[in-house]
Design a protein around this ligand. Structure first.
Ligand SMILES: Cc1ncc(COP(=O)(O)O)c(C=O)c1O
Length: 429
């Protein structure tokens, strides 16, 4: 799919670990500690200090006998996030209150983190839930067309495919390409007179391909098409400004790269969409309402989907996770992860028994590397590597039969080297 000649290896290496020494983290503090359990305090540090990333890793409960490379599936939470959930649970249980009023502060923090306004943010339980709120809230009609890639995750695609079967909307699929330019051209070519929605992953779950979303948004808006992004992956692994993406809707999970509690998510609804979007589910807090007068007026904010009782400690934990990432610095996170991915790609290039499926173009990739094993099947390779202690993710989608490696802040160069070594040994056997 991609030839190694298409990359300048020297510039590629420029992003490797050496680059980390240029980063600085002023005043980082892990100070939250409750009793029990206790989070160790880490004072101001700089990432030039080789022990910095070890300190980061030490914040996680991950065991050393297992090398976890599946953050794209599920992100572990650092100890202070778990502490925050625990502490908030204790506090709220002592008075038996929901704590709903604490949510607005987290919403403001989330909006700042994601580059949007608080009224554009809703708390959900996952990317999938957010995508359902979008698909069911747009009130499409039979014959309306939704354009998606063949690499969409079920959580991003199924809400639309269900509408095809229930309502008779049409779905058009396109094959992702290797470069931003090709992807833009492909999408432009596939937009037709019936296209009402373009719904794609910001970064695909299969090969980690990043689409040129700002340009695609411009194209969609010129044509009056709604642009929906399944953003399960980018938040937490790179700096992000949702206004700059141009998306009308952006759904993400708290429990992946944001390293938040499981069962948390965020949905962004661009202000201009608030009047046009009618979420399928409503309840207390989602509308101005009076049963006696049968009065019902939905709140024209993203949070209209936050009906009924929520689990506030989990969402406070999500806020804590964003603080943790802010203190490290999203640009530092991006560079750290990219350095590991670059190391991995460099090593995989030298293995004739694999084919790298992730785009080599820097603009089209992030903290995910996917390769196809050629000597053994995907499952054989996954199983043999699991025996050696590596948690990798099979990519069976769309017949790719590949293996996905996700690198996040708790992963180390030694782990990448160990993975390459074990792959070499496996292929030599
Ligand atoms: C691109 C993409 N979209 C959606 C999802 C579903 O996420 P969740 O289970 O948090 O809803 C995933 C999960 O891996 C994903 O990779």
């Amino acid at each position: 799919m991609r030839s190694r000649e298409s990359i300048n290896r020297r510039s590629f290496l420029a992003g490797t670990l050496g680059a980390l020494s240029a980063l600085a983290v002023p005043g980082m503090s892990f100070g939250k500690s409750v009793s029990p359990p206790v989070t160790p305090k880490i004072g101001p540090r700089s990432v030039e200090d080789p022990s910095f990333w070890e300190m980061i890793r030490a914040q996680f409960l991950l065991t050393d006998d297992r090398v976890y490379f599946n953050n794209g599936g599920l992100g572990p939470s650092p100890r202070r996030v778990i502490d925050r959930v625990y502490q908030a649970t204790l506090e709220l249980e002592e008075i038996s209150e929901t704590g709903h009023e604490k949510l607005e502060r987290v919403r403001e923090d989330a909006a700042r983190f994601l580059g949007c306004d608080p009224e554009e943010i809703a708390f959900t339980r996952s990317t999938t839930e957010g995508m359902n709120y979008v698909a069911r809230g747009l009130k499409l009609r039979p014959g309306d067309e939704v354009l998606m890639s063949t690499h969409e995750h079920p959580g991003g695609a199924m809400p639309w495919v269900a509408l095809k079967s229930e309502l008779g909307i049409r779905i058009r699929l396109f094959e992702p390409a290797d470069t931003a330019e090709q992807n833009y051209d492909t999408i432009a070519r596939n937009i037709g007179p019936k296209t009402r929605v373009v719904s794609i992953s910001h970064m695909t779950c299969t090969t980690g391909t990043v689409f040129p979303v700002a340009q695609i948004a411009e194209l969609c808006h010129e044509k009056g098409i709604v642009f929906v992004l399944d953003g399960a992956h980018p938040p937490g692994q790179m700096p992000l400004d949702l206004h700059e993406t141009g998306a009308d809707f952006y759904a993400t999970s708290g429990h992946k790269w944001l390293l938040g509690p499981k069962g948390t998510g965020l949905l962004y609804v661009r202000k201009e969409m608030h009047e046009h979007w009618r979420p399928a589910f409503v309840g207390a807090y989602s509308a101005d309402y009076d049963l006696d007068r049968l009065f019902y007026k939905p709140i024209r904010q993203a949070k209209t989907v936050e009906y009924g009782t929520r689990n506030i400690p989990l969402l406070l934990g999500l806020g804590e996770a964003m603080s943790f990432l802010n203190e490290i610095g999203l640009e530092n996170v991006r560079k750290h992860n990219l350095a590991l991915c670059n190391m991995l790609i460099e090593g995989l290039w030298d293995l004739p028994e694999v084919r790298i499926l992730t785009p080599t173009e820097p603009a089209s990739r992030g903290s995910i590397v996917t390769f196809k094993p050629l000597k053994f099947t995907m499952q054989e390779t996954i199983d043999r590597m699991a025996e050696r202690g590596f948690r990798l993710r099979p990519v069976g989608e769309h017949g790719l039969n590949a293996i996905r490696v996700s690198c996040h802040i708790y992963n180390t160069p030694e782990q990448v080297e160990a993975l390459l070594l074990e792959l070499r040994k496996l292929f030599a056997s």
